[in-house]
Design a protein around this ligand. Structure first.
Ligand code: FES
Length: 146
């Protein structure tokens, strides 16, 4: 291994250590493997919210028998927003509209386990985006009923 390779390996190890400390083991693993990440074609409910930090979160929900059968998210934000989007998406799976309406930033945060204090608004951005996707679904349903 040459000096540059060793330097890069050390740098990566340091970044991973810092991320593990900031996000906890569960959040770190999710950041490395962001489940449910990606845009969905033709969702039944779609939400897009711009956070005060300038980052954007999108949530896509597909329903079957009035329960979420598929869900995904997309964000251009930080590691904490990636983790928050992923866990918020997971929280909505299998739920009906009433149950989704109960999903809060605190639920997302508890599900992750921990986020740095200065990044806790990322969980709130994810929860708000889930609610936006739900309200889009509800208004699409109403239009179908008319
Ligand atoms: Fe903007 Fe994380 S969502 S800092």
């Amino acid at each position: 291994m040459n000096n540059l390779d060793a330097f890069i390996d050390n740098l990566q190890a340091e970044i991973f250590d810092n991320a593990k400390q900031a996000l906890g083991e569960r959040g770190f693993l999710r950041w490395r493997n962001p489940k449910f990440n990606g845009r969905m074609e033709d969702p039944d409910g779609y939400g897009k919210v711009n956070g005060e930090c300038g980052d954007t979160m999108e949530i896509f929900l597909k329903f079957e028998n009035n329960r979420v059968s598929k869900a995904s998210y997309f964000t251009n934000g930080c590691a904490s927003s990636t983790v928050s989007g992923s866990f918020a998406t997971e929280l909505s799976l299998g739920k009906n509209p009433d149950e989704i309406a109960d999903i809060t930033a605190e639920d997302v945060l508890n599900f992750i386990g921990r986020l740095p204090k200065e990044d806790q608004h990322c969980a709130s951005l994810a929860a708000r985006t889930v609610q936006e996707a739900l309200s889009n679904y509800m208004s699409n349903q109403q239009k179908k009923d008319i």
